[in-house]
Design a protein around this ligand. Structure first.
Ligand SMILES: [Zn+2]
Ligand SMILES: [Zn+2]
Length: 332
């Protein structure tokens, strides 16, 4: 009897789906690519043809120029060779999808990156029954438990109000995290204009065009220093300690990232106000999801694989690590 899922070939630079003659999230250009979401470690430019959600294709067009894209909306499916492929919300960033592959009576789900908590900028993760669940494990250790997002946003607002002569400069990745911080601020009633670094403009525009409510965003360039006192300013993490920030009124440096849980990382980046906000599942979300889906096998990709594999084995679920390279997420 054939081995479960042996029609999938994990390679260091992506997963090859043999009966579809296509790659999932390949890190080098391939003739046919299925892409889970727009982060750079999953979506590269230069493929011959790309199957992805319309939102992911729009993000790729923005970053790499027009793609030879085949849009597949959530819950639609597409036939590729002998494989039926469907895209299901992953709750990670706008347009992010798990890819369900059906072949030979077997169902395999490639999660891409995912999280389970509410995010006002994207459709929530949907658990789907499958034989093999291929999961990420970015925060695959029991010490990783993300706090409530609302509490982190409240900390940010409190610091802002306590310092009317200064601004709070929030470093956040340009795709996903920046828009989520803004949308969460709006959801908690913060309606004042938010100032943004130029590098965030195009993706914020794209989110707004897709119906995500970001409110009034003003480019920092050309605004007088004093006008930004008492306001939130958003920038990519690379600009946090950059000369660029000298144009801001005495900024309080904040950063929104799951890694802010690790004190050392916050200190390295000279972050005064660490905001623990992740677009990845934490340990409880990972294990709860596996329990809920109850797959026959779990394959673990980028991150800390060992603890999750051990957790599965303790519960008689077959588990293995896939040695994919190049997945150092830009998003957390
Ligand atoms: Zn990602
Ligand atoms: Zn990733």
């Amino acid at each position: 009897m054939a081995k479960l899922g042996d029609w999938l070939e994990p390679h260091p630079h992506g997963i090859y789906v043999r009966p579809a003659d296509a790659w999932i999230d390949p890190s080098i250009p391939q003739p046919r690519a299925l892409v889970t979401h727009g982060h750079a470690d999953h979506a590269r430019g230069g493929h011959g043809a790309v199957w992805a959600t319309p939102e992911t294709l729009a993000i790729m067009d923005t970053r790499y120029g027009e793609q030879a894209g085949h849009p597949v909306a959530y819950r639609e499916s597409v036939r590729l060779g002998e494989v039926e492929a469907s895209f299901v919300p992953a709750g990670h960033v706008l347009g992010s999808a798990q890819i369900l592959l059906e072949h030979r009576g077997e169902r395999i789900v490639v999660s891409g990156d995912y999280k389970r908590r509410a995010d006002p900028t994207c459709a929530p993760f949907e658990p789907i029954a499958c034989d093999v669940f291929i999961t990420e494990a970015t925060f695959g250790l029991p010490v990783f438990r993300h706090p409530e997002t609302g509490d982190e946003i409240d900390k940010l607002i409190a610091r802002l109000h306590a310092n009317p002569d200064r601004c709070v400069l929030v470093g956040a990745y340009a795709l996903g995290k920046a828009q989520r911080v803004i949308a969460e601020l709006r959801a908690r009633g913060h309606e004042a204009p938010i100032y943004i670094h130029g590098a965030l403009q195009r993706l914020c525009d794209l989110y707004a065009e897709h119906g995500v409510r970001l409110g009034e965003l003003i480019p920092v360039a050309g605004v007088a220093k004093a006008a930004m006192a008492g306001h939130v300013v958003m920038c990519p993490p690379s600009a946090l300690n950059d000369r660029w920030s000298r144009r801001l009124p005495d900024p309080i440096t904040a950063m929104a990232s799951g890694w802010m849980r690790v004190r050392q990382r916050a200190r390295q980046k000279l972050v005064e106000l660490p905001l623990i906000m992740s677009d990845h599942a934490d340990w409880d979300e990972l294990t709860d999801t596996i329990e809920e889906i109850a797959p026959r096998e779990v394959w673990v990709t980028h991150g800390r694989e060992d603890a999750l594999i051990h957790w599965c084995e303790m519960r008689q679920i077959k588990a293995r690590a896939l040695a994919l390279i190049g997945f150092e997420d830009e998003d957390d």
